[in-house]
Design a protein around this ligand. Structure first.
Ligand code: ATP
Length: 295
């Protein structure tokens, strides 16, 4: 495929590379050679504009025959609710959030959005209505502006700047050698972990979907970036159905529901206070992972 140049060319090239971005999301799971296993079903319809009710109905998933990564997961997030996923390393948190983007289809059970089985809708209509903010936001070798516009091709420069202000990244961009025109990505201006994360948040704000999927890891950030990222995430989550791998204390304290995963199963679920009272796995995780954050 020939490369096109100039602003329009850059955007077209970005669109061509969108397919690659999905590969990048898979890389979060550290299995780069994974074959994409989902495809549109014959006659798949578009998902109508979502209200944002997300349901997992007895979802199981196995990467291979040896063992299930997820077993019989059921929960509902009503429109606008925040569901926090916590659990030890390897419990299945990334696999679970990946199911909502249809990186994988359930081996058993179904994931529905507004009651519609997501296996039955086109991948693009599903992914258009979900924003992902993960530890690995992908940067194309293009200007900061085009990296943002990739979230919504018809966004104006003003809308891009406004999203960046809301994501607390505008000032960092303005201070770059050529502002929004600065080339980033491969061989480009290097962004810090916190800047990349806030750029991903700005993209999500531009996309403005009803459903958000977040992986909150913020551990590599210094405390100033961390507080900016926190503020930006809190703003972003407001009013959107959010499935979040939670690492921040404020997220678990305010979540409408916490799903505690252990070896692919729901060990416990409920709100923070109930789970603490239950004094099980959550209470132990809370003491080791979250409570020290307050110290
Ligand atoms: P962490 O907190 O360490 O990121 P996690 O809770 O997100 O872990 P997952 O990454 O979802 O856990 O992994 C769940 C299980 O599935 C683990 O046993 C993992 O080794 C396995 N797994 C994940 N991806 C694949 C894959 N592509 N192929 C085979 N097994 C996989």
């Amino acid at each position: 495929l020939g490369r096109l140049y100039g602003p329009v060319g850059t955007l077209l090239n970005l669109q061509v590379e969108v397919a690659t971005a999905l590969g990048v999301f898979q890389r979060i799971f550290e299995y780069e050679d994974m074959e994409p296993e989902v495809a549109n079903r014959p006659g798949a319809q578009k998902l109508p504009p979502a209200r944002g009710k997300v349901t997992f109905q007895h979802v199981s998933y196995a990467y291979n025959k040896e063992k299930n990564a997820l077993h019989d997961i059921s929960f509902t997030a009503l429109p606008g609710e925040v569901v926090a996923i916590v659990g030890p390393s390897g419990a299945g948190k990334s696999t679970l959030i990946g199911m909502l983007a249809r990186l994988y289809d359930p081996t058993e059970g179904a994931v529905t959005v507004d009651g519609q089985d997501i296996k039955e809708v086109t991948l693009s209509s599903l992914r258009d209505q979900i924003a992902f903010v993960t530890q690995e936001s992908f940067l194309f070798h293009a200007s900061v502006r085009d990296n943002l516009r990739f979230a919504r091709l018809d966004a104006t420069d003003e809308e891009i700047e406004s999203a960046c202000r809301q994501a607390y990244i505008h000032e960092a961009i303005a201070a770059m050698p050529e502002g929004y025109g600065t080339m980033v990505g491969e061989r480009g201006h290097r962004l810090s972990g916190g800047e990349r994360q806030r750029l991903a948040i700005a993209r999500a704000i531009l996309k403005n979907p009803r459903i958000l999927v977040l992986d909150e890891a913020t551990s590599h950030l210094d405390s100033e970036s961390e507080s900016h990222v926190q503020a930006a995430l809190d703003e972003l989550m407001r009013g959107r159905t959010t499935l979040v791998i939670a690492h921040r204390l404020s997220t678990i304290l305010t979540a409408d529901r916490i799903i505690v995963l252990e070896a692919g199963r729901v060990a416990e679920s409920g709100r923070h206070a109930e789970l603490l009272q239950h004094d099980g796995l959550y209470a132990r995780l809370y003491r080791t992972q979250f409570e020290k954050v307050m110290a």
